[in-house]
Design a protein around this ligand. Structure first.
Ligand code: UD1
Ligand code: CA
Length: 455
């Protein structure tokens, strides 16, 4: 951006205590689809290329600071209101000629398009000092009301507590999100006082102050679903449900089959290829990338995993962070994979734990195979070569390597490396004694009869 082109900055308010969450966690750190609320806000803002951005937090909100890093935070020592909160960002933004966006960390769904419309309106020829995002919620409840003038401009914002009956009847509500002319922002904030019903410094007062200065103010309307705020666990659940429905619809629109959409849960960052088929009751945690033509069967739980083209996962599979499933590989029921690479065409179809492992292409991992990756102190890796065959119920005690094409006999406990193309068997030698079963039965039968006769 050139020096004389007005740019956009953002202040994200996140200092509120969120008392109604009844939580030790700051409200904006609660997650929707695996992503924090403040994370959603920042992600939706990102495409606008807004800089600088400052997040206003309360003292001790270190988790929020870590979450928004490398963005700077400004500390609001006491929560004296939204106007006061914006004022706390001043040292980070002493003089800024462009547009300053004010966002709320607990309104996670504001879309990039709506933010762009807000910025565009504030750059309009009539140069409004303040543009407010308005909504017409099904239940206007206790939102602040946007009072328009005769020409449709914004005259003032009245908080519900101060509103008259007539004002409360207004259905156009304040979402809280604003775009403010940076040239007048601090002069407006300086004049906000706390002489009101709540004894707080209301950011909303800047509209009336700007009008008194002879500046116009405006409203941009957006859907309620984008502007909903989350104040309680119940609202968090509503927000989650809303997000999931939108994400499911998008997945199908982009070419995935969801057999029972309502029972599939996505993370905010789940990436799906084309012709992916997802069975009922599948959960995606953060960090999942799925290539084309993959089938995820019912009841699978997948997080932090990459799944290659044409792979089949589940039913009842568990993929944990660092799982990399090769093309055409199969992961079957009750198989858990963590921090492990399963090569192209490899199969682990039943009852296994594969952790900290590299498994070569087309290897076959028998039912019940366990990589013993942890000795109580450190984790170690298991390396299995291409085309290797691991017999059922084997324990591979890491660190250990099984070479390409090697075979491990069922029930083995492998503690030493196995060469390529070797057969390794590590279990007690089998002995068979001819006729001994018959002799044994006869003996037992006789003893039982003798005991009965003595009674
Ligand atoms: C605010 C608006 C109201 C609007 C509503 C929409 C004011 C005075 N009122 O009311 O018109 O309809 O939002 O949801 O602005 N915060 C701080 N520091 C503070 C106070 C708040 O950082 O001292 C942050 C909170 O973390 C939250 C946001 O500001 O992210 C909104 O604060 P909140 O107290 O929830 O405002 P409302 O009373 O809901
Ligand atoms: Ca609120």
């Amino acid at each position: 951006m050139t020096a004389n082109q007005p740019s956009t900055a953002a202040i994200i308010l996140a200092a509120g205590k969120g008392t109604r969450m009844k939580s030790a966690l700051p409200k904006v750190m609660h997650r929707i689809a695996g992503r924090t609320m403040v994370g959603h806000v920042l992600d939706n803002l990102a495409p606008l290329g807004v800089a600088p951005q400052v997040v206003v937090v309360a003292p001790g909100m270190n988790q929020v600071a870590a979450e928004v890093a490398p963005l700077p935070t400004a500390i609001q020592a006491d929560q004296l209101g939204t106007g006061h909160a914006v004022g706390c960002a001043r040292t980070a933004l002493p003089s800024f000629d462009g547009t300053v966006l004010v966002l709320y960390g607990d309104s996670p769904f504001i879309s990039t398009t709506t933010l762009q419309a807000l910025v565009a309106r504030s750059a309009g020829a009539d140069k409004p000092a303040v543009v407010v995002l308005g909504m017409r919620p099904a239940d206007p409840a206790k939102y602040g009301r946007l009072i328009l003038d005769a020409t449709g401009g914004l005259d003032r914002i009245v908080e519900w507590k101060e509103a008259s009956e007539e004002e409360r009847a207004v259905t156009l509500c304040n979402s809280g999100v604003m775009a403010i002319d940076g040239k007048v922002l601090w002069s407006l904030i300086d004049r906000v006082d706390n002489k009101n019903a709540k004894g707080e410094y209301y950011l909303t007062d800047i509209v009336e102050l700007a009008r008194r200065d002879g500046r116009g103010c405006a409203v941009v309307e957006a859907p309620e679903a984008e502007l909903m705020g989350v104040n309680s666990r119940a609202e968090l659940a509503v927000a989650e449900a809303l997000f999931q429905d939108i994400r499911r619809a998008r997945a199908m629109e982009e070419g995935a089959t969801l057999v029972d959409p309502k029972s599939v849960f996505f993370a905010a960052d789940t990436k799906l290829g084309r012709d992916v088929v997802i069975g009922p009751n599948v959960f995606f945690g953060a960090g999942v990338e799925i290539d084309d033509d993959v089938e995820i069967r019912a009841f699978s739980h997948i997080e932090g995993a990459r799944i290659g083209r044409g792979a089949i996962i589940g039913p009842f599979a568990r993929l944990r962070p660092g799982a990399e499933i090769g093309t055409q590989a199969h992961v079957g029921n009750f198989v858990e994979i963590k921090n492990a690479v399963l090569g192209a065409g490899a199969k682990a179809n039943h009852l296994s734990y594969l952790g900290d492992a590299d498994i070569g292409a087309k290897a076959n991992i028998g039912a019940g195979t366990i990589t013993c990756n942890y000795d109580g102190y450190v984790k170690a890796r298991t390396v299995i070569g291409a085309d290797a065959f691991i017999g059922s119920n084997s324990a591979l005690v890491a660190p250990v390597k099984v070479g390409d094409g090697a075979i491990v006999g069922a029930g083995s406990v492998i503690t030493r490396d196995v060469d390529a193309d070797a057969i390794a068997v590590s279990r007690a030698e089998q002995v068979s004694r001819a006729g001994r079963a018959r002799d044994y039965r006869a003996l037992r039968q006789k003893l039982k009869q003798e005991k009965a006769a003595r009674k």
